[in-house]
Design a binder for this molecule. Structure first.
Ligand SMILES: NC(=O)C1=CN([C@@H]2O[C@H](COP(=O)(O)OP(=O)(O)OC[C@H]3O[C@@H](n4cnc5c(N)ncnc54)[C@H](OP(=O)(O)O)[C@@H]3O)[C@@H](O)[C@H]2O)C=CC1
Ligand SMILES: N[C@@H](CC=O)C(=O)O
Length: 393
């Protein structure tokens, strides 16, 4: 039996869920690990996750014959992909050594090849596109592949927070799209809100702390550590966006707020959200590289932030970065809160969300737990993929 022939396909009772993984960084690599580690569990459930393609920012690696249901990226190739990406190399470095097992396409050729794959499998065997990139470039692909009958699972918030037109295209087949990890990482935020809404219980207020990075930063700075040191640690722990200014500038939380607001039926765009930034305009990405921001920009903010925390503490309070959606207002920013409030008690990268509706009126539904990190985020993505199983033949 050749290396790319797997035993489960010989069992007619096993259902294949075909996937193309877009983005193979912290979350994408962890997803691959989770897929491999869950093989025997999935097999007991009569399921097999069959990876047919993987892409990074420069290349698309795909099976030579995607329609041959007996071929797939076997676990040894998947582990090699993880090794190559952990070394900071492009996926293209894999193709020479394993040319029989996969074909490589450059960035220029990728989009056409991805769409060909989607057309080939979307309506026949089914295919799910898993967006673990942090890029806006995937929007064009995702809006097309859903029309070819494909499913989409997103950890990437950008496709859900661009224009309303793109949003509506993505949700033109709502059963085919899952995005639990876009808000609260692996926490069941989207599923819980959907359940409340579809039962006819209107939600009138959502408030919470939805950034693992800012939660971690706030509680560590509160403990006396400098902001610059804490942000570097958060990046090392896999909490931040590739550019931590997405977190510190509030845009990452604003995207989560927009995803929730749109879920509640608000037809708004990102520019309708009031956003407070923790860094000044002169440190914007178009004026400073990530490296310079981390090495010289951030340390210059240490004193101001420490003083701001000192003032809150002298009032017996703490600072938290809060997202609130209520009435006609959607905003994200720093709030001074009592130490002993649900948000004030939050520690580390935990997120908390309070949802107020008719049924959860005086006392909200509260969802709390780890809100960032590759492990929990990738676990949320994997659960979303399994949730699509009924859409596969
Ligand atoms: N980490 C966390 O706690 C959470 C993360 N998320 C989201 O998960 C996503 C991934 O985060 P993370 O893994 O940390 O990010 P990384 O920067 O580690 O990885 C991003 C990956 O996407 C690839 N990529 C970039 N552009 C494209 C493109 N156009 N097409 C396909 N792939 C592309 C990159 O390629 P290359 O390797 O070539 O650069 C890289 O492999 C983000 O959108 C983030 O917001 C969501 C919830 C929690
Ligand atoms: N950078 C984000 C990751 C999850 O969305 C965060 O810190 O919450």
């Amino acid at each position: 039996m050749s290396a790319d022939r797997r035993k489960p396909s010989e069992d007619n009772m096993t259902k294949n869920i075909n996937v193309v993984l877009m983005g193979c960084g912290g979350v994408g690599k962890q997803l691959i690990q989770h897929i491999i580690n869950s093989r025997s569990l999935h097999s007991k459930l009569g399921l097999h996750l069959r990876v047919v393609g993987v892409c990074d920012s420069t290349s698309f690696l795909v099976l030579p014959h995607v329609s041959d249901s007996k071929s797939e990226f076997n676990d040894s190739l998947l582990l090699e992909i993880c090794r190559v990406k952990s070394s900071g190399l492009s996926l293209s470095t894999i193709s020479n050594a394993r040319s029989g097992e996969c074909q490589i396409f450059t960035k220029k050729e990728s989009t056409d090849k991805i769409l060909d794959t989607a057309k080939l499998l979307g309506r026949s065997t089914g295919l799910a596109f898993i967006d673990c990139s942090a890029s806006s470039e995937t929007i064009g692909i995702l809006t097309k592949v859903v029309d070819f009958g494909c499913c989409a699972v997103l950890a990437n918030k950008k496709p859900l927070t661009s224009s309303l037109e793109d949003y509506e295209k993505l949700f033109s087949h709502p059963r085919r799209i899952r995005h639990e990890s876009t808000v609260g990482a692996g926490l069941p935020v989207i599923a819980s809100i959907n359940r409340i809404l579809t039962s006819g219980d209107p939600i009138h207020r959502v408030i919470g702390s939805l950034s693992g990075t800012l939660g971690y930063v706030m509680s560590e700075v509160e403990g006396g550590k400098p902001l610059s040191e804490v942000v570097r640690a958060a990046k090392g722990l896999g909490y931040t966006e590739p550019d931590p200014r997405d977190d510190l500038g509030g845009m990452d939380v604003a995207r989560k707020a927009l995803i929730l607001a749109r879920l509640l039926g608000w037809r708004i765009n990102l520019d309708s959200i009031k956003v407070e930034s923790l860094y000044p305009d002169e440190m914007d990405p178009d004026k400073m590289s990530v490296e310079d921001f981390l090495s010289s920009g951030l340390p210059s903010l240490d004193d101001d932030i420490r003083k701001r925390f000192g003032v809150a503490s002298s009032n017996g309070n703490v600072l938290r970065y809060v997202c609130s959606i209520e009435g006609s207002s959607c905003q994200v920013g720093i709030k001074e809160l009592p130490k002993d409030s649900p948000l004030g008690r939050l520690k580390g990268s935990d997120n908390v969300l309070e949802v107020y509706s008719r049924c959860y009126n005086e006392l909200p539904l509260v969802i709390q737990g780890a809100g960032a990190g590759n492990d929990t985020t990738a676990a949320g993505v994997l659960a979303d993929i399994l949730d699509l199983q009924d859409l596969f033949p």
